[in-house]
Design a protein around this ligand. Structure first.
Ligand SMILES: Cc1cc2nc3c(=O)[nH]c(=O)nc-3n(C[C@H](O)[C@H](O)[C@H](O)COP(=O)(O)OP(=O)(O)OC[C@H]3O[C@@H](n4cnc5c(N)ncnc54)[C@H](O)[C@@H]3O)c2cc1C
Length: 394
């Protein structure tokens, strides 16, 4: 019998499988698609602003050196301002007593290096394969997953990391009420004439926030940033199809920032924005983690950070359950973990959504409110620090 089966090898599932294997457990990882791999010459459009607590997790998993040695971009400041009120908020590493505030990292790179480390740690891979059925043992001591290949995996713990449309969540009958924002996050790489100064820039427009995240220079030495632009569905469609010149001129009008001229754009993609919080992250011996449990607005870059925090907390809780005869699926431990993680996800989802409502809005009251709010937050050190601490997990 296995100690754990992890389903879904995105960043969150792969980190879970590696972490559990490093605790000396027998672990299998089931993934529906062969991983895309990482290519240095064509960066993945999906990049994350990784918070310091999650970089510490990757260090503890022994994967950070291989990731940072390939390509990561530290950021040392954040500038947030709104289009209408002219209010602004700044976070600065020096003032917060840190060398950097976080790191910009590509999704494919994280998966590639975590996957290799998981193989080295002895994780049993089932890829491409999928779960078709889940049964609990009569004595409740394990669960059995049946795969498309016909394999049957019996384990004491099942970790469902199969993304926002989680099949395992549906099979377990866990409800995950969903609020669609009617928006998409448009992503791509932009080349510009001035340096990004290792700074994340975010401007609140009436339609939603537009973020420029610093990235490694392009091959021709041109400064480059990754954008996440929250747009109404129809605008996202139009701008995905627009030619380069039209796209860059609309982007420049929306950004109005200090990066000089915007001179080039890569391939673009867009993903739907939704808030979706599972009513429970626990069903029998199965835990839900990452987007399978919670999808949030990308405004504060919390998506993958929340998922990795699920894993960090799970590993910490299970570290007390190692050794012969210990049960990683013991209910008292998992129930405590479930309560903590749902509360963190709910706070993040609703707090950042409220900020989005106030700042991405051109009606009178929010416009009157946000100047003083951003101004005050910028002036009062402890409040700035508290906001940053929540986003950074420190
Ligand atoms: C284009 C794009 C850009 C994004 N940009 C940002 C950003 O800038 N900042 C941010 O914080 N978040 C961003 N997000 C959201 C972020 O990608 C997610 O929060 C994060 O990837 C969640 O990781 P995960 O491992 O939980 O799920 P996923 O990355 O969705 O991984 C789920 C894995 O499970 C596998 N799987 C699914 N079903 C099955 C099955 N039945 N059997 C086996 N395997 C299965 C999938 O193939 C996949 O590998 C973006 C998303 C997209 C699509």
């Amino acid at each position: 019998m296995l100690d754990a089966v992890v389903v879904g090898a995105g960043v969150v599932g792969t980190a879970a499988a590696l972490g559990l294997a490093l605790q000396g457990r027998q672990v299998a990882l089931v993934e529906g698609r062969e991983p895309a791999g990482w290519r240095g010459d064509e960066p993945d459009l999906r990049v994350f602003a990784l918070a310091p607590d999650n970089v510490l997790l990757l260090e503890r998993l022994g994967a950070w050196t291989a990731i940072s040695g390939a390509r990561v971009q530290p950021y040392r400041a954040m500038q947030v301002w709104d289009a209408a009120g002219g209010a602004s908020l700044a976070f600065d590493a020096d003032r917060l007593g840190r060398r950097e505030l976080g790191w910009i990292v590509e999704n494919n790179l994280l998966i590639d290096r975590l996957w290799k480390a998981a193989v080295d740690a002895g994780v049993e891979l089932h890829c491409p394969d999928q779960v078709t059925a889940r049964e609990c043992d009569a004595d409740d001591r394990s669960e059995v997953l049946t795969l498309t290949s016909g394999n049957r995996l019996r384990a004491r713990l099942v970790v469902a990391a199969d993304g926002a449309d989680s099949h395992l969540r549906r099979m377990a009958g866990i409800d995950a009420p969903r609020h669609d924002y009617g928006q998409r996050g448009l992503v791509g790489f932009i080349r510009h004439t001035r340096s990004h100064q290792s700074t994340c820039w975010q401007r609140f427009l009436p339609g939603g926030p537009l973020a420029f995240l610093p990235f490694a220079n392009a091959e021709d030495g041109c400064p480059r940033s990754s954008i996440v632009w929250s747009l109404a569905d129809a605008d996202a469609e139009r701008l995905l199809a627009a030619d380069e010149e039209t796209f860059l001129s609309e982007l420049a009008r929306g950004f109005d920032g200090p990066l000089g001229e915007l001179v080039g754009v890569s391939r673009r993609a867009a993903f739907p924005l939704r808030r979706q919080l599972a009513t429970s992250q626990l069903a029998g011996r199965m835990v839900l983690v990452g987007d399978a449990a919670h999808a949030v607005h990308p405004l504060a870059g919390q998506g993958v950070n929340l998922g990795l925090r699920d894993i960090n907390a799970l590993l910490e809780s299970l570290s007390k359950a190692t050794g012969a005869g210990s049960d990683p699926g013991a209910q008292h431990r998992l129930a405590r973990w479930d309560r903590q993680r749902r509360s963190d996800a709910a706070v993040s989802a609703h707090a950042f959504e409220a900020i989005n409502r106030i700042f991405s809005n051109d009606s009178v009251l929010p416009t009157l409110l946000r100047g003083p709010v951003l101004g005050l937050t910028g002036r009062i050190g402890p409040l700035t620090r508290a906001l940053w601490r929540h986003a950074a997990g420190v």
